[in-house]
Write a protein that binds this ligand. Structure first.
Ligand code: X8Z
Ligand code: ZN
Length: 610
């Protein structure tokens, strides 16, 4: 997650609630309000920007302290700040609605629209609602980040479990870890249901049918059109996913046999090298092509003695090679790079800008492996975007849409080709895979990038249906698995007990971070990458291109980032790629050689699941 203005974050995910009545109907003793004017709108927005900037800074510092030291007192603080933040944002959102019919400049209209959308979970404007919502969301957030399981005679935290899920190849043990972690979320169910009720009431108060519509209104088009866009993009990649699923299931079957991996059923979720089966690159040793053709980045980093600082410096060097500025000293002094030994923290990686200027930081619990190498580039992408748009007016200091924010660092990480790894000395020239290893490299990427798409989709499909009332609390878990099965073709390793709340075992659910952004980012990062490589004049296979060191591409990329959210997102996309549409074709192009190979390999196999 990246911390931004919006509910800022901070708590962004966490809390948010509101109640203030400042903008309610005029009291009977007040004179009737005159029609609003453009000048009033201008003054209203200027005051709102000032208020939100101050509020955001207060929230961000409070949230930082909470997330890097979870205890009774920091929960107390963050909950109150969250409630106040939600109240203020709901008041401003309702206030902005007053200028709906006033003729104003396009920039002012955009700011008024953004003010209406400035929350993640709105609260209704009645006494106590914001406080209750903040209490519930803080409890959910803390429950997730302080979760531990008993495993092999000791207490194990999630960050360690993630490493174990990536490397353990005994299905009894992966099932045990998986089940115990998912069981930790069961107590969240009641709070989650209450949160949905309150936030939906808040959304209705702002003129939206429910929170799903509120979230989907964030894309410069009507929410139902956006939902169709998502279906269209998934349709472009879905055939590839089917081939990948078929092939991976067959390889897992070779390894574990029919009893563990039946060839006509969804795949067991604990066998894919990731706690949520969201990215499968960690089982490259089972599902990939022969390892000697591929690159084992985890091994390279560990052999070279990388630590958390060196991993981060390596990430920064990519950005500076494009002509972007070095990170400020305060970044190095104030970030959290590793899990502190003696206290609970939110380990899920995030990037912050605490003062809307230069106080950027990351908060991670870095392990030395390929996943974290990717994540560091991802988080620094947020920081570089935040810095690039920090000259914009406050309400435009955000991503063109949230998928852009998530795509920046991932785009950079796509440039970490073998050739790049040679250039930075991680890989020896004679170890670099030759052209006949292309499919092995593409497979490693597909296991992460393509496998993720239906995961991301099923996660927010579930949430949209929950917010729309199509899934009742008693069906939360069954519906979750129904969607995971349908989109991803996976199933839980063990029968889930009544009372299980498996969605709560994934960070973005208890923390209410919308997930569509990551789906969109998967598509966008390949569009950025293809455009960057075209600008660089690259003529070889797309996945071998790196724009490392190319300051011209860097300048054009920065120009898009500097726009922030000042224009509708198609303008930003066009500025860098020349196109105004999100389009899966770049991703399809990237993986095309592998797609043909997979179709051939799968010939004669029975693919799919019932
Ligand atoms: O949550 C994140 C980032 C922070 S915005 C670490 N990601 C998603 C996840 O972990 O589920 C990045 C990829 C998807
Ligand atoms: Zn992110």
């Amino acid at each position: 997650m990246k911390l931004l203005k919006r509910a800022a974050v901070a708590i962004a995910a966490m809390c948010v609630a509101a109640c203030a009545m400042q903008e309610g109907p005029a009291a009977p003793t007040e004179p009737a309000r005159a029609a609003a004017t453009a000048e009033e709108a201008e003054a209203f927005v200027a005051a709102a920007e000032q208020e939100l900037a101050a509020l955001g800074e207060q929230e961000a510092h409070t949230a930082w302290v909470y997330e890097t030291y979870i205890n009774y007192d920091t929960e107390w603080l963050v909950q109150r700040v969250a409630a106040a933040g939600t109240e203020a944002r709901v008041r401003l959102a309702a206030g902005a609605a007053r200028f709906q019919d006033v003729e104003v400049s396009p920039a002012l209209r955009r700011k008024l629209d953004l003010l209406r959308l400035a929350l993640v979970l709105p609260a209704p404007q009645r006494d106590g609602a914001a406080d209750e919502l903040a209490a519930v969301t803080t409890r959910l957030a803390s429950a997730y980040s302080t979760g531990r399981i008993d495993y092999q005679g000791r207490q194990v935290t999630l960050d360690e479990l993630e490493t174990l899920m990536g490397t353990t190849r005994d299905p009894a043990l992966t099932a045990e870890m998986w089940t115990k972690w998912h069981d930790t979320a069961a107590p969240m169910a009641a709070d989650y249901a209450r949160m949905v009720e309150i936030a939906n009431e808040g959304a209705r108060g702002l003129g939206y049918d429910n929170v799903a519509d509120y979230w989907l209104s964030n894309y410069d088009m009507p929410p139902d059109e956006m939902a169709q866009e998502v279906d269209r993009l998934w349709g472009q990649m879905q055939p590839f996913y089917s081939e990948l699923h078929c092939y991976v299931r067959a390889r897992l079957n070779d390894r574990y046999g029919d009893a563990v991996v039946p060839l006509d059923e969804p795949i067991r979720a604990d066998l894919l090298g990731n706690m949520w089966a969201q990215e499968w690159g960690n089982i490259d040793d089972i599902a990939g092509l022969p390892m000697r053709q591929s690159v084992d980045l985890t091994q390279l980093l560990q052999n070279a003695g990388y630590d958390a600082q060196r991993m981060t410096e390596t990430g920064e060097r990519f950005y500076t090679s494009l002509g972007l500025p070095e990170l400020p000293d305060s970044f190095w002094e104030r970030s959290q790079f590793v899990r502190p030994r003696d206290r609970d923290v939110v380990c899920h990686a995030s990037a912050w800008n605490l003062d809307s200027r230069d106080d950027v930081r990351i908060k991670m619990c870095i392990q030395i492996d390929a996943d974290n190498f990717q994540t560091i580039h991802h988080e620094l992408g947020h920081n570089y975007y935040q810095r690039a748009y920090n000259q914009q007016p406050f309400l435009f200091q955000n991503g063109a849409h949230d998928g852009f924010h998530e795509a920046i660092g991932d785009f950079i990480a796509l440039n970490a080709t073998p050739e790049y790894l040679v250039r930075i000395g991680l890989l020896r020239q004679n170890q670099a895979p030759s052209a006949d290893a292309d499919n092995a490299l593409l497979m490693r990427q597909a296991l992460d990038k393509v496998a993720f798409l239906p995961f991301a989709l099923s996660l927010d499909q579930w949430r949209w249906q929950v917010f729309r009332g199509d899934i009742a609390p008693e069906n939360y878990n069954a519906a979750w698995w129904e969607l995971r099965r349908r989109y991803q073709g996976i199933r839980p390793p063990t029968e889930r007990p009544a009372g299980a709340f498996d969605p709560g075992a994934k960070y973005h659910i208890p923390n209410s971070v919308p997930y569509l952004r990551y789906f969109l980012a998967r598509v966008l990062q390949f569009q950025f990458y293809e455009a960057a490589c075209r600008q660089a004049g690259w003529e070889g296979p797309l996945h071998r291109c790196t724009v490392y060191g190319n300051t011209e591409v860097g300048a054009r990329f920065n120009a898009m980032m500097e726009m922030g959210q000042s224009r509708p997102w198609p303008d930003a996309l066009e500025a860098f790629t020349g196109t105004r549409q999100m389009d899966g074709s770049s991703m399809v192009n990237y993986f095309r050689p592998l797609m043909s190979w997979l179709e051939n390999e799968n010939r004669g196999r029975q693919c799919g699941w019932e």
